[in-house]
Design a protein around this ligand. Structure first.
Ligand code: NAD
Length: 357
């Protein structure tokens, strides 16, 4: 089983190193048989080779069984013509990673900022929507006909809506069997009507799942007021991006939320947050988001290849993180704790070692 690791920019190298340390530990303890291949991407690669994402690295990703991608500082990348390829968007499109699964849950003993506890998953369409770098075959989905007029294209397709709906309903069947479709069809009367048409049609095939719909603006408020009433939330690309950061922060911290991008063939673990340049290189990043994303990748590989020990390794990570988070002395700074990235990773290794065999 070959995993490609792309550390990325900002805090990416620090949290990727932490993630590799935990995966390596489980690899040894649970005989996973995983080999790791690390490739430099992002601003460091741009300085060396005039591109943030060389074709050889893209090929290595395609050939791998799974990818672990650290956050990238793509807001500061030069244009694509000058070598600034957004690695995250590029991999989502070229490997057709259409489903971005983003769970958020509160944990016993850890303060949360929403009014109720939560245990929900945002299922976000990942390859179309308002994302200008990925919604066109040729060219980009944002343009300026005159210096004072900017236009953006939002792509919603029946196939894209249908397959993300299926992913969400399948997931709901293994959880509390409730789906909420989030949209803005009162204003986007054409594109979100198409999205809802497809989700409603898929819903008919899952009579055991309770189905409801919610406007995105009121959803933002309900996540604060009563997140406990939601189970699986299916939505389009940008709404899912924004709501998942909100849910993660309300559950305790943006640094806690795992995230995986999957398609029919490929899977990629990726932290929910960005590259946090404000704390990069200071040993202050919380590595949990990327480590939990890697656990989601292990679970995905476990199901895909029928490898039970991969599922057990994922469980070992989740249980050890829950155990540490109960103790305020074992938390990172974003959670008000005293630990830096390295000390937290060492504590997590110890916790896993006590249980995993
Ligand atoms: P951000 O998520 O990087 O940071 C927002 C805030 O949360 C910052 O104060 C940061 O210090 C904090 N934070 C984020 N992750 C943390 C962690 N693990 N531990 C502790 N604190 C953490 O968002 P931003 O500042 O808006 O974006 C920075 C860069 O990241 C931009 O270039 C943006 O384009 C990029 N970005 C990348 C991805 C990705 O690679 N998937 C996602 C979002 C943003």
């Amino acid at each position: 089983m070959r995993l490609v690791v792309l550390p990325g920019d900002g805090i990416g190298p620090e949290i990727s190193a932490a993630t590799c340390e935990i995966l390596q530990l489980l690899n040894e303890r649970m005989s996973l048989g995983v080999s790791f291949e690390t490739h430099e991407i992002g601003l460091a690669r741009l300085r060396r080779e005039n591109t943030t994402f060389p074709a050889s690295v893209a090929e290595a990703c395609r050939a791998a069984d799974g990818i672990v991608l650290g956050p990238v500082s793509h807001a500061t990348y030069p244009s694509r013509a000058a070598g600034g390829i957004n690695v995250s968007g590029e991999l989502r499109i070229t490997l057709d990673l259409y489903a971005n699964i983003r769970p958020s849950r509160t944990r016993e003993g850890l303060p949360h900022w929403g009014r109720t506890p939560m245990d929900l998953v945002i299922v976000r369409e990942n390859t179309e929507g308002f994302y200008a770098d990925r919604n066109m075959y040729w060219g980009v989905g944002e343009f300026m006909p005159t210096p004072d007029l900017a236009l953006a294209v939002r792509k919603i397709s029946a196939q894209g809506s249908r397959r993300i709906a299926k992913s969400g309903f399948e997931l709901a069947m293994s959880r509390r069997k409730k789906v909420t479709a989030v949209h803005k069809a009162n204003v986007m009367k054409v594109s979100d009507a198409l999205f809802l048409r497809e989700v409603r049609d898929v819903a008919k095939k899952y009579p055991d799942v309770m189905y409801e719909e919610q406007l995105v603006d009121s959803m933002a408020a309900l996540l604060v007021r009563e997140a406990s009433r939601f189970d699986v939330i299916i939505t389009t690309n940008m709404f899912g991006d924004i709501l998942s950061d909100e849910a993660a922060e309300l559950s305790g911290s943006l640094g806690l939320a795992g995230s995986i991008n999957t398609g029919e063939v490929h899977g990629m673990a990726q932290a929910q947050h960005g590259s946090a340049p404000d704390i990069a290189g200071q040993d202050r990043a919380n590595p949990i988001s990327l480590i939990l994303s890697a656990a989601m990748l292990l679970n995905w590989l476990s199901r895909k290849h029928h490898k039970e020990n991969f599922g057990l390794a994922a469980k070992a990570i989740e249980q050890a993180i829950d155990a540490l988070l109960k103790d305020s002395g074992k938390r990172t700074c974003d959670l008000g704790g005293p630990l830096g990235t390295k000390a937290f990773t060492a504590a997590l290794s110890n916790e896993i070692s006590r249980h995993a065999r």
